[in-house]
Design a protein around this ligand. Structure first.
Ligand SMILES: *Cc1c(COP(=O)(O)O)cnc(C)c1O
Length: 431
C-alpha cells in the first residue's frame, strides 16, 4: 500500500515514510492510495472473532507486507491487549467502552499501535527516533505510555505548567526511562509552537531524527478503525445488525477512522458526530460554510478544537462534495450545562457514569435515534479522569481504576523550561 498527500494526489510514498514524517513535505495529510474492501466472508464470521483477530484482518492491507504478516500479528496482539466491551445502557443505546487501556482513554489504541509500528521500523535503522509531542493532557499520556520502554525511541512530552489536570500530569511525568516530560512556563499553544519550530530547525535535524505522534499520523489513525468493527461484531452477536454509531469529536480523527471502516464495507447505518460548544462541523453541515474559530474552553476539554485537523480527510473521502458529506454525517453540539444534565440523567436513571466526552455521544444518539433504532456511542474516557466535573453532578465519588491509581504513587519527574526554542534545543541535544 502506498500513501499520498492530500495536497499532491499524484505523488506516493511508502508506509515507512508516511509514518516517520506524519505530515507530508507539502504540509498535506496522508491518505491511503485506495481503501481496501474486506470480503463478505469476513462479515459472516465477524461476531465469532476476537478483537485481535479482527484487528489483524482490518489493518493487514495497510501495513503488510511492509511489516511481515507474522510480525504484524504479534504487533496487533500486543497493541490491542485490553477489553473494548459494548455495554447496554438502554434498549436503544449501547456504550462502546474505550477506556480499559493503560491511560483510560481511547487514545491508548492509536498510541500503543503507533509505538509498535515505529518500534519495528527503528530496528532497521542505525539511529534512535525522537518523538516530540505537545499536549493539553490526554495525548501526552497515551503517547508516553504507548512508547514507554520501546527500544530505540525517545519521547519528549511538552506540556503547559499548571494547566493539565493532576491525573493527566501523573500519567506522563512518573514514567521516566525513555520518556522525558518538559514542563513549559506557557500555554498549550506555546508548546505546540515550540514543537513546530523544533521540526523546522536545521541544527536539531542535523543531529536528531525527529518525528511527531499527533493524531494526524496514519499509524495512530488507522488502528482506530478496528474498534468500529469490534463494536459492530458485538452488536451482531446480540442479533442487532442495523446500528448507528456516534463519536464524541474534537480533531475528528476518531470519526474519520470510523468513516474509513465504512468505506471498507462495514455496514453501519449512519455516523453521528457529537461536539461541545466548539461546533465548527455541526455548523458546516447546517450551512455549507467551514469556518474555523479560536477554540473555547469546555468541560469536555479533549474536544476543545477550533479547526479540526482531520476534517480535510473526511472531505477527501467524499470528493470535497458538501452534499455527500452531509448525507454521510450528522452532527450535534452540546453546552457544558447540557453535558452536566446528560451525566446526571444517565446516572440517576440507569446507574451508568458517563465522562463529559462520552456524555455528548450519548446525548447526540438520544437526539438522533428514531423509535426502534439502535445506536452505539464511543465512550472515549473513563469518568474517573474528570472527577472535578462528574462528582458534583452525580453527588458521589467515582471509583478510580487500579491502573489509574497506580500513577499516583509514582514520583513526578520533569524538566522545567521557559518558552524558548534555545532551551528546548539544549534539552533535546542533552547539553
Ligand atoms: C482526543 C479525545 C477526543 C476527541 O477525539 P478526536 O479524534 O480528536 O475527534 C474525545 N474524547 C476524549 C476523551 C479524547 O481524549
Amino acid at each position: 500500500m502506498q500513501f499520498y498527500s492530500i495536497n499532491s494526489p499524484n505523488k506516493f510514498v511508502g508506509l515507512k515514510e508516511a509514518v516517520l514524517r506524519g505530515l507530508a513535505e507539502d504540509k498535506g495529510l496522508y491518505m491511503p492510495e485506495y481503501i481496501p474492501l474486506l470480503p463478505a466472508s469476513f462479515y459472516e464470521r465477524i461476531d465469532k472473532m476476537t478483537l485481535q483477530e479482527i484487528g489483524f484482518e482490518v489493518l493487514k492491507p495497510f501495513f503488510c507486507p511492509d511489516i511481515s504478516e507474522n510480525q504484524f500479528a504479534d504487533l496487533v496482539t500486543d497493541a490491542l491487549n485490553f477489553e473494548i466491551p459494548a455495554v447496554k445502557i438502554t434498549d436503544q443505546i449501547h456504550s462502546l467502552e474505550l477506556f480499559h487501556g493503560p491511560t483510560c482513554a481511547f487514545k491508548d489504541v492509536g498510541g500503543r499501535f503507533m509505538a509498535r509500528v515505529l518500534g519495528q521500523f527503528v530496528k532497521g535503522m542505525d539511529k534512535e527516533i525522537n518523538i516530540l509531542v505537545a499536549t493539553s493532557g490526554d495525548t501526552g499520556s497515551a503517547v508516553a505510555n504507548g512508547f514507554y520502554k520501546v527500544p530505540g525511541i525517545n519521547v519528549f512530552v511538552l506540556y503547559p505548567k499548571g494547566l493539565v489536570s493532576d491525573v493527566q500530569e501523573k500519567q506522563f511525568t512518573t514514567l521516566g526511562n525513555n520518556i522525558t516530560a518538559i514542563e513549559v512556563e506557557g500555554t498549550f499553544d506555546d508548546c505546540q509552537k515550540l514543537v513546530k519550530e523544533a521540526f523546522m530547525d536545521k541544527e536539531l535535524n542535523n543531529h536528531l531524527t525527529l518525528t511527531s505522534a499527533n493524531s494526524i499520523n496514519l499509524a495512530r489513525l488507522l488502528p482506530q478503525s478496528v474498534y468500529y468493527y469490534y463494536g459492530y461484531a458485538q452488536m451482531k452477536a446480540l442479533g442487532i445488525s442495523d446500528v448507528t454509531i456516534c463519536v464524541p469529536s474534537g480533531n475528528f480523527g476518531n470519526i474519520t477512522a470510523g468513516l474509513i471502516a465504512a468505506r471498507m464495507g462495514l455496514p453501519v447505518k449512519e455516523f453521528v458526530a457529537a461536539t461541545n460548544l466548539n461546533d465548527i462541523v455541526p455548523k458546516y453541515l447546517e450551512t455549507g460554510n467551514y469556518e474555523p474559530r479560536k477554540s473555547v474552553a469546555t468541560i469536555a476539554n479533549a474536544m476543545d478544537v477550533g479547526d479540526p485537523s482531520n476534517f480535510v480527510r473526511i472531505e477527501n473521502l467524499y470528493n470535497h462534495e458538501y452534499q455527500i458529506v452531509k448525507n454521510k454525517l450528522t452532527a450535534y453540539s452540546f453546552s457544558d450545562q447540557e453535558i452536566r444534565e446528560i451525566i446526571k440523567e444517565v446516572y440517576s436513571k440507569y446507574n451508568y457514569i458517563l465522562d463529559p466526552h462520552g456524555a455528548t455521544g450519548y446525548g447526540a444518539l438520544k437526539r438522533h435515534l428514531k423509535d426502534g433504532e439502535t445506536g452505539l456511542f464511543i465512550e472515549t474516557a473513563h469518568p474517573a479522569k474528570f472527577p472535578e466535573v462528574v462528582e458534583p453532578v452525580i453527588g458521589k465519588s467515582v471509583e478510580i481504576p487500579d491502573r489509574l491509581a497506580a500513577f499516583f504513587t509514582g514520583e513526578k519527574c520533569s524538566v522545567e523550561m521557559n518558552v524558548s526554542l534555545e532551551s528546548l534545543k539544549n534539552i533535546l541535544l542533552g547539553k
